[in-house]
Design a protein around this ligand. Structure first.
Ligand code: C5P
Length: 298
């Protein structure tokens, strides 16, 4: 195998997100449910004749050297070399972005997770899913979730994951047109950092219908709405159609519906100044079977 083309890197929504504390290193302790949805970036990988890792296209606002995809591939290449005593071939990667940056959809983290899965297969590196998760965590707290690959109750800084049945819903997602920098939200003095811990069973008993996706809340939302008024405007508009909520540290705002028709009806009314779309919940990561299970690397 010399190439893997059109590999999806799906988005996530945080169905709720509670901040329960702060670690000594400044990172925050969270409780959240991560839900994969079927809107995705697309990545293309080709083995090279040399040992370089290169991105072949421009991605607005992300220099090649800082791209999580490039950094993840280089980390795995170094880990391969440590284990096998030789460098595997380089990889050229093209990243077709669909997901907005600073949107709270986990696009950059998902791209990096997809790159780790693809390179692990292309190089037959043989790392387990847990080893890939540990390799990815220092690059971004959301990367382990995308490698975990199914609806998850997350704790710790987002890396302690347990599978949980997610609701089967259609979502309308609004991009308010601003990029929210995650550190600005987490470092805000007025952020609530003492949410009472919930139990996984508390959430699980709320997953039978999309109208009860409204379990808990997003503790980052009030700060993001204050610092980024377009987020507040999108929350306000979507709230008149259901339980609207921000995902991650923003900027995107979503609402859950139990039918595609109901989602379509709201989508048709979204003011033209915003980009908006519908998406369906995904049970598992689309690459889970082909790149993890079939390769015997789980
Ligand atoms: O790991 P990630 O790149 O997603 O985090 C970006 C920033 O968000 C971190 O540098 C940190 O300031 C903040 N953060 C946090 N607690 C988390 C996740 C992120 O404080 N659990």
């Amino acid at each position: 195998m010399r190439s893997l083309h059109d590999c999806p890197a799906p988005a996530k929504l945080n169905l709720f997100l509670h901040v329960t504390g702060r670690r000594a290193d400044g990172y925050h302790l969270l409780q959240s449910v991560f839900q994969l949805i079927d809107r995705a970036d697309r990545l293309h990988f080709d083995l090279r004749d040399d040992d370089q890792i290169r991105r072949t296209n421009d991605v607005a606002g992300v220099p090649e050297e800082q791209d999580l995809v490039v950094r993840a591939l280089r980390l795995l290449q170094a880990e391969f070399a440590r284990r096998h005593g030789r460098l595997p071939p380089g990889i050229s990667v093209r990243v077709d972005k669909v997901l907005p940056m600073g949107g709270g959809l986990g696009g950059g983290s998902s791209d990096a997770a997809t790159a780790l899965m693809a390179a692990n297969a292309l190089w037959q590196a043989g790392l387990s899913r847990e080893e890939l998760m540990a390799l990815g965590l220092p690059l971004g707290a959301d990367i382990p979730f995308f490698l975990f690959g199914e609806t998850a109750f997350a704790e710790g800084v987002g890396e302690a994951l347990q599978a949980v049945p997610g609701p089967d819903c259609w979502y309308v997602v609004i991009e308010p047109g601003v990029a929210v920098p995650t550190p600005a939200i987490f470092s805000a003095p007025d952020l609530t950092r003492d949410s009472k811990p919930v139990k996984i069973a508390d959430f699980s008993s709320h997953t039978d219908s999309c109208s009860t996706v409204g379990f808990g809340k997003n503790d980052l939302q009030d700060v993001a709405m204050r610092l980024f008024p377009p987020v507040a405007e999108a929350v306000e508009w979507l709230s008149s159609h259901g339980d609207a909520r921000m995902t991650g540290s923003g900027a995107c705002v979503f609402c859950a519906f139990s039918s595609e028709d109901a989602a379509d009806q709201v989508l048709a009314q979204v003011p033209g100044k915003w980009t908006a779309w519908k998406a369906k919940s995904l049970k598992t990561h689309p690459l889970m079977k082909s790149l993890l299970q079939n390769q015997g690397v789980v």
